[in-house]
Design a protein around this ligand. Structure first.
Ligand code: GLY
Ligand code: MN
Ligand code: MN
Length: 439
């Protein structure tokens, strides 16, 4: 694996250099500095939330937790990395760069940001990416986060290199094992907190290393899309379990959701199975040239079909989608780009940077582009019983078409989401998640 890593990473940097040299030349910049970032303290405090390096830095340097390092890119030259290893007995400094990735850079080890700060005071045609608060005088004679440059660099990140695909696949492998452990913990009657801890232990990653806060829901909590707590209390009756949790590999994310029920064989179990079919059909539709907005509409039709088949809504799927009834059960988007950021960049811009806002009916849709080979997307249709949205439906003109008794019986189960990470190609899509997690 180290040799393979070295080869893939070397090609990744070659590709980044090629694209970035081209972009810098076109925009008239001699050099680009990308800061890894610095933790920001809480107000009036000397503690900070968990730190993660700026994504444009991680797009080059596989060190998602590096503080105060700086990447210096000059057209036609080996990129220089000012890698910060502070003299610090309060914390463990980052390990020295390993050969497989460090070899791609002109490496300069520094002990503090001051060492690289002083070097760029008199520079012309300099672009800098980072937070102004971290960079002080460095940005006085430079363009800070110029939008045209950011858009062009973001666009490059929408088509994953072989290295990036490998990282996302490996993150899926790690997360898949942890999802299995979480399902076992649920079966044994564990609380949300216990399931969360079982997940982290199986992943071998602490929450601070996860790409996002694990969403661990028992029963009606599954109706809260980004449920943020993990109750230590075991519910008296276990009905359902939804877990949306990922893993990290060299700064790249997995983003996976599974829904389970106990006992099996209930109406809710049938809904999970039906949603799994809808989800797998959609995964298979992730192909170059497809409009993701159209796929989102197909997801609504699929969920509407499940509701009709279960007898919960007495309307045709077309009518449910047309009238917005399906949005009461699926209030989020089909998915999003995935990469260094869980909701990765440029999902709502065309390749030339023109905004592509979501349709009015689907304001939460995070990806509105036509798919291209190399995109990695999530596919995460859901079907929820959210009291707030059901109340609105109850008051609407469509209420008479709903089997309210059936719906009310499902509210304690919360909802269903099934989410995989899929690579778009010119041919068949590659489902990174089901490679490792075949339920
Ligand atoms: N885990 C957040 C999401 O699925 O978008
Ligand atoms: Mn997602
Ligand atoms: Mn997710």
């Amino acid at each position: 694996m180290p040799d393979r890593n070295a080869l893939l990473f070397s090609r990744h940097i070659e590709s980044r250099r090629h694209d970035t040299d081209h972009i810098l030349s076109e925009l008239g910049y001699d050099a680009l500095l990308i800061h890894s970032g610095r933790p920001e303290m809480r107000l009036f405090d000397d503690h900070h939330p968990p730190f993660r390096a700026n994504a444009p830095f991680v797009a080059w340097v596989p060190q998602p937790f590096a503080v105060d390092s700086l990447l210096e890119i000059r057209v036609g030259q080996t990129p220089r990395l000012w890698f910060c290893q502070p003299d610090d007995y309060w914390h463990v400094p980052p390990a020295a760069p390993a050969d497989w990735w460090g070899g791609e850079f002109d490496l300069h080890i520094v002990r503090s940001a001051e060492e690289w700060h002083a070097r760029f005071s008199e520079h012309r045609s300099l672009a800098v990416i980072g937070h102004e608060r971290d960079l002080a005088a460095l940005v006085e004679n430079a363009d800070l986060n110029p939008p045209a440059l950011i858009q062009r660099l973001d666009e490059v990140r929408t088509r994953k290199t072989a290295w990036e695909r490998e990282c996302i696949s490996e993150a899926n492998r790690i997360a898949a094992g942890a999802h299995r452990a979480a399902a076992r913990a649920f079966e044994s009657g564990a609380s949300e907190l216990e399931i969360h801890l079982a997940y982290l232990a199986a992943a071998g990653q602490d929450q601070d290393h996860m790409p996002y806060n694990n969403i661990v829901c028992l029963n009606e909590h599954a109706a809260v899309l980004h449920y943020q707590h993990r109750s230590p209390t075991r519910p008296e009756q276990l009905k359902s379990f939804l877990i949306d949790a990922g893993a990290d590999c060299h700064g790249y994310a997995a983003d996976i959701t599974r829904t389970w029920t106990a006992p099996e064989g209930s109406d809710f179990d049938d809904l999970i199975e039906a949603m799994d079919h809808v989800q797998q059909r959609l995964c298979n539709r992730m192909r170059a040239g497809q409009s993701y907005v159209d796929l989102h509409r197909e997801a609504h039709l699929g969920v509407a079909g499940v509701l009709e088949h279960a007898g919960l809504v007495r309307m045709s799927p077309d009518a449910m989608v047309e009238t917005g009834v399906s949005s009461h059960f699926l209030p989020h988007g089909l998915g999003h780009f995935l990469g260094i950021q869980v909701h990765d960049v440029a999902g709502k811009l065309s390749p030339d940077g023109t905004p592509l806002p979501p349709p009015e009916a689907y304001p939460a849709l995070r990806l509105t582009r036509t798919l291209e080979a190399g995109n990695v997307v999530t596919v995460e249709p859901g079907l929820y019983f959210i009291p707030m949205l059901l109340d609105r439906l109850r008051e609407s003109a469509h209420a008479e078409h709903i089997d309210w008794q059936g719906i009310d019986a499902l509210i304690p189960f919360g909802g269903i989401r099934i989410e995989d990470d899929v690579l778009v190609t010119e041919g068949d899509p590659v489902n990174f998640t089901r490679r490792f997690l075949d339920d």
